[in-house]
Design a binder for this molecule. Sequence first.
Ligand SMILES: [Zn+2]
Length: 234
Amino acid sequence: MTPSPQPPGAAPVVPFITLRENEHDVSDRSLALRPFRNGLGLCYADERDEDRDPSGILYARVTQNRNQTGWPAGKPHWKQVHPTRQRECATHMLCHVCKEQPSRTEQGTLFIDVLGPKARPKAARLEGLRTFQPPVCLRHAKTAIDLCPHLKRNTYVAMRVAAPRLAGMLGTPYTITGLTITPAHTPGGTAMKPTIIPFNHPQRHYFLGAQYAIELNQITVIDLEDELADLGHD
Ligand SMILES: [Zn+2]
């Protein structure tokens, strides 16, 4: 059974995917090289099956701070996401707050995303939108908006999505020079920002993957307040 994100007396709800204190990226500790079909690529010296996406992209390793029931513990870093937990929710299309099933209707699965300072868009303009925020259950839709600093600051859009799919991975490209592995830099010498690559990218073995990008297809924009009101939430 999945532990409740809301143990008695605990508040506020912290989304399952939110990074907690004492959770650290430790990928560099055992990053190594091994041969692939097109040359050397990234691996871990002590690599396990769960370290790699089915496409061959190596996952970043971030420690987990869990309590005795297995639920994430410690002070939340509200603006940051734990990549392993994001991937878990994205892969199985689970609510990113409680890790249970998200809200689903005939129109599709419920997603919420940042819209920025714009008016409510038509669904056609959102088709193919890519998000890093896995779906949400109706119970936690309002929680997600209230707690997410990006959603709180900006206009959000609530969508029913009939055909969401994993479309690629956000992560860090690496450069391999001889046997030296370093995060890739721009020609100007600054570290490259995290970037999204598709699963069949030819450079995927030089890439440390963090979060899945979810592509939203067959979108219906909904009025979340209406749906919540129908359920008696306010
Ligand atoms: Zn939920």
